[in-house]
Design a binder for this molecule. Structure first.
Ligand SMILES: Cc1ncc(COP(=O)(O)O)c(C=O)c1O
Length: 416
């Protein structure tokens, strides 16, 4: 049956792919805590359940039960590589991005010698700052901080250019911050670093749930994100380019060093969680077929197309929220319109604590948390005195609806 291509995301279809919405708690909740972790697509849940029910064994070997467990894990790994459009051996699966950054920093020990420098940003989640700071302390290298703008929380490329030098070994930056939401000029950073022989490590944790990463186009040295925020199981995905991987110190058992996909596997993450990633491929396939019809495109191409629809939908919702918020005594940390940003809005109120706003939303069955969300340095720079109270964060996913946003606006209007 042929499908007329849609240029809008079909929310009813999308929500039908997430079994959580059939549960009473999720059915009554407008969920805006997606940056903390998204709901899980049904296809992922099915694969997870299947593995735990049928194959919860030490995988790989000769009997059917262990062989098929290994096959499911291989399928999960391959699907993640296909979604990203990169070779499977360039993808390391770890328990989280925090763990992957720790492993990567450790693996950079030989590159970050005492005469070298590392640049981190003041806007990043602590997982992409502290581990580099500790590496520099160990090796005697110099840590340089790309400052965030005190009034907007944004990063300015001119400041970066002033920091980059012949000594810069590694630059670590977020694709978009979990507070500010602005899409950072990662392409420009990579172009500058290429001329300099500097490695670029991108934190895509906050970006990937809103726009699926396009690694073949971006060509970073390393790109990390977390699948529990991209509608799947709790894992960290770490891409490392083949060339960068050669320069890194292996972090695996010595006998695994000849296997490229094992060299940065320091943790041995949950088998079932890896197998379930195959379901994410099913979800994107299904969504592509529903919205755009049958196609011979690769999974990577299809995912980029569907991601564009998802992003456009979220951008409309974000505009709806920001237009209302701009009329209230609220400070948005970052852009006050949705151009060039993700649908992830952090704000403070002139009249209420962030906790009070979060509680008022919760009374109305709207979930949006408050705090510093591990971007403590950024909140301090932005002049937020009580960082435990922090910001109210309203983070969207593609399954949110205009009605969800209306409910948030109603509560914020009533409060102010
Ligand atoms: C921007 C950003 N980077 C890194 C992380 C750390 O990811 P993980 O929880 O997988 O360790 C988070 C977690 O929320 C995040 O928001």
């Amino acid at each position: 049956m042929s499908v007329t291509p849609r240029n809008h995301l079909d929310s009813d279809f999308v929500r039908s792919c997430f079994p959580t919405f059939a549960e009473p708690l999720a059915a009554k909740t407008a969920f805006f805590e997606n940056a903390g972790g998204s709901y899980v697509a049904g296809d992922v849940l099915d694969k997870l359940m299947h593995f735990y029910r049928v194959n919860k064994v030490q995988p790989y070997g000769y009997s059917d039960i262990v062989r098929s467990a290994g096959e499911q894990m291989d399928a999960g790994r391959q699907t993640m590589a296909d979604l990203l459009g990169v070779p499977a051996h360039t993808v390391t699966l770890g328990p989280s991005t925090t763990q992957n950054f720790n492993t990567l920093a450790q693996a950079c020990t030989s590159l970050v010698t005492s005469d070298k420098e590392v640049i981190v940003t003041e806007q990043d989640h602590e997982s992409n700052i502290g581990t580099w700071e500790r590496l520099c302390q160990r090796t005697g290298a110099t840590l340089r901080i790309w400052p965030a703008d005190a009034s907007t929380g944004e990063l300015h490329i001119d400041d970066f250019e002033g920091l980059l030098s012949q000594s810069t070994a590694v630059v670590c930056l977020t694709h978009s911050s979990n507070i500010v939401g602005t899409i950072n000029p990662v392409e420009a950073v990579i172009a500058l670093c290429r001329q300099n022989g500097t490695r670029v490590i991108v934190d895509g944790v906050s970006f990937a749930p809103h726009q699926w990463p396009d690694i073949p186009t971006l060509q970073p040295d390393a790109y990390c994100f977390s699948t529990y925020k991209t509608y799947a199981t709790h894992l960290g995905v770490m891409y490392t380019s083949e060339d960068f991987a050669q320069a890194l110190d292996p972090q695996c058992h010595y006998f695994n060093q000849p296997f490229p996909q094992k060299r940065l596997d320091a943790a041995g993450p949950d088998h079932a969680a890896i197998a379930a990633l195959d379901g994410l491929g099913d979800y994107f396939q299904k969504s592509h077929a529903h919205h755009l019809g049958q196609s011979d495109a690769t999974l990577y191409e299809k995912t980029q197309q569907i991601s564009a629809l998802m992003h456009a939908h979220e951008t409309e919702l974000c505009t709806q929220l920001l237009e209302a918020v701009n009329l209230l005594p609220l400070r948005v940390i970052g852009k006050t319109d949705s151009r060039g940003r993700e649908a992830n809005v952090a704000l403070t109120s002139a009249t209420h604590t962030s906790k009070a706003m979060s509680e008022a939303l919760a009374v109305n069955d709207i979930c949006a948390g408050h705090g510093h969300f591990y971007a403590l340095r950024l909140l301090e720079k932005a002049g937020i005195k009580n960082t435990d109270d922090g910001v109210l964060r309203i983070s969207f996913s593609h399954y949110n609806t205009p009605e969800d946003v209306d409910r948030v606006i109603q509560v914020l209007n009533d409060l102010h």
